[in-house]
Each structure stands twice: as structure tokens, then as C-alpha cells.
Design a protein around this ligand. Structure first.
Ligand code: SAH
Length: 390
């Protein structure tokens, strides 16, 4: 298996045009005013956008003469469906999106009896280089804009409302940042996305904080910043090993921020929100699933505000690794529970359409533009929240 470099600085090229969803309400109103229209038109446009309406002909509350102009200026189409694939009797749907520059990303909508969750991408590719993850093996193409991230959730909400998913019309209730990319490496745009997800209509989807989950590889300064900025969404941390020696190889960012630092930062976050965080742990046969590692993990997490979510590995093409066998999974769960740590095993949806955790690669038969992976500098710097090209 080739070791990829860690990449923090996304190429600046390829970012899309400005979109209403990149702007705050005040900025959107100012942008509309600049075009010579009354500011409240921004609220009307937002209402249409967050309901998934993009066809100007359907915006009947806007004067016919201005619909095209305002849509063109503030609601450019940023995501084009390449195809949908369904699984689990039509209750899981993976969508491959093409972005304006040809970059490809995927999102996965999963309907359960009591909720509907969309798993969205925050970057095209990923720079975190985890060797067991299909996206991590692609390298980083670029950050998504806020509107490109938000658009995936809006499309899922519209698909639910329109009854496109088996089970009849329903409501999108949950969003997880577990698609392609490392959300906290695209901090400023992800933070804007959180605002849009949580803000009530017309300028957002009005989801509740507890039903939005940001999953991170463990970028400690960004976790701390999210703690201070108080969005209070649920945090998930991809740990995958309780000891630094193994985690250095499975989650290469561990060479910068160690296991202890990551769980301390997550603890501080949980204290602030009053809600437990999830520890994600992909069970890989004979790599991280030994009973002694279950005991180490139990010791590490006992007494913390953590909940362990075990994910049997979804093998990716070319990987020498496999999921842990069932008896090993059961033993792992039992040891964690015996240590007093709340533990569940994730139900993996969409495996047959490569839609399960860590399988999103968006590369298959589609011709992909050449991917520029920047050469890392000797000591890469991460500018948290730097908007760069915005
Ligand atoms: N960059 C974020 C989101 C990644 S995807 C993060 O690292 O948390 C969400 C989860 O799926 C992460 O915990 C990730 O480590 C895990 N994952 C990646 N590849 C996987 C695979 N092949 N099998 C099981 N889980 C995987």
C-alpha cells in the first residue's frame, strides 16, 4: 500500500461562482439590492432554494421579468446529477454529482423507519490519506464551497419531500459529514453549512443541532475552534486505534495530534454541548481488533462522555484488509461494555452500491479530470478558517 502525503492546503483553482447559500442573510439582501431589486427578494429566493426549487418558472411570487436575472445571479446550478444508484429496497440512494469544473462528489441518502439521514461530502477527494479509506486514497482535488455542500443536503430534503425515496413523502431529519473529505480541513465553509442546516426557513433547512453530526479525523485546533464557536452539533471522532503506534499508520494525522490530545479536545467539546461524542472505530481483521486493543480503548474512554461506534471495515479495492469476523466483533463489544463504555455496531447501508462508509470514490467509469495533488511542504501549515479564495 502506498503511503500518501498529508495535504492541508487545497488548490485554490476550481471554486464555483458565488451563490446565495454562500452568503449571510444580510449579504444576500445587499447583493439583491445591488442588482436594483428590493432586498426582500433575497428571502424569496432563499425560500425557493431551500425547498429545492431552481426553475425560475416556478418562482411565481417573483415578477416574471426578474426571475431569470435573479436566478442567474444568485442561484447558479452548481451540482449536476450524473446518476443515482439505489439499494436496500429503494431506501438508500447514492447520488454522483458533477461540479462546474468536472470534479465529482457523492452523497448518500438513507431512510430508516424513524429518520432520514443524508451523508454529505465537504471536499472533492481528501488530503488525510487514511490507507483503508477509498476517498483518502484519491488525494485532495479541492474544497467544496458552502453552497456546494449545502446543495447536497437541500437536494436530499427535496427528494424526501417529493416522495422520491421508497416509503412515500417524508422529511430529511439528519445530516452527517461522513461523505468525501475532511470537514474540519474546510472549516469556514463547513461552519457556514452548519448555519444553513440549523437556520429555520427561509434561510436554512431548520434541522436540530443534535441531528447534525460532524465527523473528523481529529484536527485538534479545529475541534477547539468549533467548541468555542458553539454550533453544538454532534461530534464524531475517527479514532480507529487506542494507541499512537497503530494510529500513526491508520490515521496519518496522528503524527501531528496524538490520541490523548484528540480525546481531550472531544471531551471539552462534549462538556460544552452536554452531549456525548461518538468514537468511530473501523474493525479491521487482525489489525486493530485484538482483545488487548479493546481493553486499551475501554481504559482510554471509561469515564469520558464518549460512545463507541464500531464499523466493520468496508474493504476498498486493492486493500489487503478485511472486516473483523463476527466473533472478534462480539468480543470487542463485550470488552468495551465491560469497561463501562457505551458501544454500538454500525448498520452499514448501501454496501452493494459502494455507498457505505469509506467507499465513496466517485471515480469509476466516469472520465475524471486530472487531479492536482499539491506537493506538501516539509512542515505544512493549516490555516483554520482561512477563506482564501472567497
Ligand atoms: N474525514 C472524516 C469523514 C470520513 S468518512 C473523518 O475522518 O471522520 C466517515 C467514517 O468512515 C470515518 O470514521 C472513516 O474513518 C470511516 N471509514 C473510512 N473508510 C472506511 C472503510 N473502508 N470502512 C469502514 N469505515 C471507513
Amino acid at each position: 500500500m502506498t503511503a500518501l502525503p498529508l495535504v492541508f492546503d487545497a488548490p485554490r483553482r476550481g471554486m464555483p461562482r458565488r451563490h446565495l447559500a454562500d452568503l449571510t442573510r444580510e449579504e444576500a439582501r445587499a447583493a439583491v439590492a445591488e442588482l436594483g431589486h428590493p432586498p426582500f427578494r433575497a428571502d424569496q429566493l432563499a425560500r425557493h432554494f431551500y425547498r429545492g426549487v431552481t426553475d425560475p418558472a416556478k418562482m411565481t411570487d417573483l415578477p416574471a421579468a426578474t426571475r431569470e436575472e435573479l436566478t442567474e445571479a444568485l442561484l447558479p446550478g452548481l451540482l449536476t446529477v450524473v446518476r443515482h444508484q439505489t439499494a436496500d429496497n429503494g431506501r438508500t440512494r447514492k447520488t454522483l454529482w458533477r461540479l462546474h469544473d468536472g470534479a465529482l462528489v457523492e452523497s448518500v441518502l438513507m431512510r430508516y423507519p424513524d429518520r432520514a439521514t443524508v451523508c454529505i461530502s465537504s471536499q472533492a477527494g481528501c488530503g488525510m490519506a487514511c490507507p483503508f479509506c477509498a476517498t483518502g486514497q484519491q488525494g485532495l482535488t479541492r474544497n467544496l464551497s458552502a453552497a456546494e455542500i449545502i446543495g447536497q443536503a437541500v437536494a436530499a430534503a427535496a427528494a424526501m419531500a417529493d416522495g422520491e425515496i421508497e416509503g412515500g413523502p417524508g422529511r430529511l431529519s439528519n445530516v452527517v459529514f461522513m461523505g468525501m473529505g475532511e470537514p474540519l480541513a474546510n472549516y469556514a465553509r463547513v461552519r457556514k453549512t452548519l448555519d444553513a442546516l440549523l437556520t429555520p426557513a427561509p434561510h436554512g433547512l431548520g434541522l436540530s443541532q443534535r441531528s447534525v453530526t460532524v465527523s473528523t479525523v481529529g484536527l485538534v485546533p479545529a475541534i477547539r475552534r468549533l467548541t468555542e464557536e458553539g454550533r453544538n452539533v454532534t461530534l464524531a471522532v475517527s479514532l480507529h486505534a487506542p494507541d499512537d503506534e497503530l494510529r500513526d499508520t491508520l490515521v496519518p494525522i496522528n503524527t501531528r495530534w496524538k490520541v490523548g490530545e484528540v480525546v481531550d479536545a472531544a471531551d471539552a467539546y462534549a462538556k460544552k454541548t452536554g452531549r456525548r461524542y461518538s468514537v468511530e472505530y473501523a474493525l479491521i481483521r487482525d489489525v486493530n481488533d485484538q482483545p488487548f486493543r479493546a481493553d486499551l480503548l475501554g481504559k482510554l474512554l471509561a469515564g469520558r462522555l464518549a460512545h463507541v461506534n464500531l464499523i466493520p471495515l468496508n474493504p476498498t479495492p486493492g486493500s489487503p484488509w478485511d472486516a473483523s469476523p463476527l466473533p472478534a466483533q462480539r468480543e470487542f463489544v463485550a470488552r468495551l461494555r465491560a469497561a463501562g463504555v457505551a458501544t454500538t455496531v454500525r448498520d452499514t447501508r448501501g454496501q452493494d452500491i459502494d455507498g457505505a462508509c469509506g467507499q465513496l470514490a466517485a471515480a469509476d467509469s466516469i472520465s475524471v479530470p486530472s487531479v492536482a495533488v499539491p506537493t506538501p511542504t516539509a512542515e505544512p501549515t493549516m490555516e483554520l478558517g482561512a477563506e482564501g479564495d472567497e
